[in-house]
Design a protein around this ligand. Structure first.
Ligand code: GDP
Ligand code: MN
Length: 375
């Protein structure tokens, strides 16, 4: 779960990280008032998508009147589909250099790792693609936590004066403590600015909380779901794993392994999945019906591919769920079904009665779905 920049900065501030002075506002009048208190300001759209700078979501205003106009404009736009409802008005900082500093979890080594780069301001994904050698990694032993030498390493990578060691050290220690205290999977300052008067200031901040920890983060639970699409939310409510992708073939499957294999197979035959929904083991007709309805309503998918391996999941229950979903929302898009296993015969019979052909080979079903999507 992503936190907004202003939320991330509030946390960072409490842990002793310097951020620009600022106010959170939601009207042009408030923006103007904030600017008259702060002087030259940067006005930043508070959205959860990244790369706001490039998308026009970060603007400078020299005078309070400008702040009013900029805020009015930003508050009437969307950035990458996300409506702008709040703005962070911050004093404009004179930047000497833009650095990158984050703490994330490295799955391969199962350790937190600091990513350090002197090329800040650019999205880290871009940087990793273009200049992977410009990202330095400092691994943390989770049994020990942050240690001073990590900052000495970082200060050299960042080509900062040694006089800033204490400040950098305070920032890196704060990042580690935030990660532990909030179960964060990312704590990122990009850019971490070296200001014209040689101070380190977090100009942008991003914290992502590990969703799996929300059961013990009661104060964060109420925020859960606000960065999910309506489909993701509905699927989670129903208890399914659901992932939004960008192709045009909707996929319902059971079990992570079969679902992944279905994705691979779609790509292999030249198609692109729109999303996937894993109904899990033992799904009954009622929940299959809800899953199919959700997927039939998905605007981008042109065909629904259902790939079921019946174990504790019964093919006849799945078939009944599909038929009931179609009865409720109509045959709004073609459905290709492959099923195999428990009560397969009964499942086939139910679907055939409703004019849906059932494949037994996964390849054949995937090929058929790819063809329908291309038509
Ligand atoms: P992002 O594009 O969503 O990552 O938004 P950022 O908060 O990182 O801002 C994008 C860019 O705007 C930064 O990399 C800076 O170049 C610039 N910027 C942001 N705040 C300031 C500021 O206070 N002063 C100056 N001079 N530039 C700023
Ligand atoms: Mn940024």
């Amino acid at each position: 779960m992503k936190l907004y920049e202003y939320e991330s900065k509030d946390i960072a501030k409490r842990y002793g990280v310097t951020t620009p002075r600022g106010r959170l506002v939601s009207t042009p009048e408030e923006a103007k008032r904030a600017a008259s208190e702060l002087g030259s300001v940067v006005i930043k759209a508070q959205v959860l998508v990244g790369g706001r700078g490039l998308a026009g979501g970060v603007k400078v205003a020299e005078k309070p009147e400008d702040a009013y106009a900029v805020a009015e404009r930003l508050l009437s736009t969307s950035i990458r589909g996300e409506r702008v409802e709040k703005l962070l008005v911050e004093e404009k900082v004179c930047i000497s250099r833009e650095l990158y500093l984050s703490l994330t979890v490295d799955r391969a080594t199962r350790r937190p790792v600091y990513l350090v780069s002197e090329m800040g301001g650019v999205e880290i994904e871009e940087l990793a693609k273009k200049y992977p050698e410009k990202i330095h990694r400092v691994y943390v032993d989770p049994g020990v936590g942050y240690l001073e030498y990590m900052s000495r390493e970082a200060i050299q990578v960042l080509k900062l004066p040694w006089a800033l060691l204490q400040d950098l050290s305070q920032i890196m220690r704060a990042m580690y403590n935030i990660m532990i205290d909030y179960d964060a999977e990312l704590v990122e300052f990009n850019p971490l600015a070296l200001t014209c008067d040689n101070k380190l200031v977090a100009l942008d901040a991003k914290i992502i909380i590990d969703d799996n920890s929300l059961y013990r983060r009661v104060e964060l639970q109420k925020l859960y779901g606000r960065d999910l699409s309506e489909y993701e939310k509905r699927a989670k409510e129903l208890g399914f794993s659901y992932v939004e992708l960008d192709g045009d073939i909707g996929v319902i499957s059971n079990g992570a392994g079969l679902t992944m294999a279905t994705m691979d197979s779609i790509l292999y035959y030249g198609g692109k999945p729109a999303n996937f929904l894993d109904i899990g083991g033992g799904a009954r007709r009622e929940s299959v019906k809800e899953a199919v309805k959700l997927m039939l309503n998905h605007p981008r998918s042109r065909v629904l591919l259902v790939n079921i391996f019946g174990g504790i999941t019964r093919c006849d229950e799945v078939a009944a769920g599909i038929v009931e979903a179609i009865r409720e929302v109509g045959a709004v898009k073609p459905i290709v079904v492959r099923m195999l296993g428990t009560n397969e015969e009964e499942g086939r019979r139910i679907l055939r009665e409703h004019g849906i052909e059932v494949y037994s080979e996964m390849d054949d079903a995937v090929k058929a779905a790819v063809e329908v999507a291309k038509r």
